[in-house]
Design a protein around this ligand. Structure first.
Ligand code: ZN
Length: 200
């Protein structure tokens, strides 16, 4: 559509390509941005660029962080013998917000999905197995992937990989609604799911 200038169309296209933003929201955001003072637009674009250039994966757990090792992995007060496996950094943040989990994490950055052509090698699963063989103090792996088909498939797959090592593998309870993203679930439900975890 050529109703707007080329610059605006480009901006709308870029915004519409972001997750959860339809073409109507993209148009609204584009016009909002155009009407902002130039200083604010500069700060926003600078923040995006700075984050992109400086954020990296933690060497241990692969969450997004500013340093080589994230603050959680660096923290000696945390229980490094318990690893919670989550699909993404947002899920990690959801559990951190409860303030009750004392273990550490491993972030997969996705879930196995045969339908979308995402296999075990496309997520950070090899890194988890390497970590387990390198850290003999690990006693339990809690699988906290989403209760979607992909999340369950991933949980089963990981469980089968880890079982032969003798490390305890548990799955968070299904208080979490089917298909529900962990990040949208309230803290009480998250804690109940963690406390009610079962052996796989
Ligand atoms: Zn880490």
């Amino acid at each position: 559509m050529d109703l707007y200038s080329g610059y605006i169309n480009t901006l709308i296209d870029e915004l519409a390509a972001l997750p959860g933003i339809g073409s109507k929201s993209a148009q609204r955001l584009a016009f909002h941005l155009i009407n902002l003072p130039e200083g604010r637009v500069k700060r926003l674009s600078e923040a995006i660029l700075q984050a992109k250039q400086n954020v990296r994966y933690c060497r241990e757990c692969f969450t997004l962080t500013d340093s080589e090792i994230c603050p959680i992995c660096k923290n000696e007060q945390r229980d490094h013998g318990t690893i919670m496996v989550v699909e993404n950094t947002r899920d990690l943040a959801a559990y951190e917000k409860t303030g009750k989990y004392r273990g550490v994490y491993h972030v997969l950055h996705g879930a196995i999905s045969p339908m979308l052509g995402i296999g075990p090698h496309d997520i950070r699963l090899r890194e988890l197995m390497e970590r387990l063989s390198r850290e003999p103090e690990v006693k339990e792996v809690i699988i906290a992937t989403n209760s979607s088909l992909e999340g369950e498939t991933t949980a089963m797959y990981i469980s089968k990989l880890i079982k032969p090592t003798g490390i305890r593998v548990t799955r968070i309870a299904s208080g979490v609604p089917v298909g529900g993203d962990l990040e949208y679930i309230d803290e009480v439900t998250l804690l109940r799911a963690l406390e009610g975890r079962v052996d796989m």
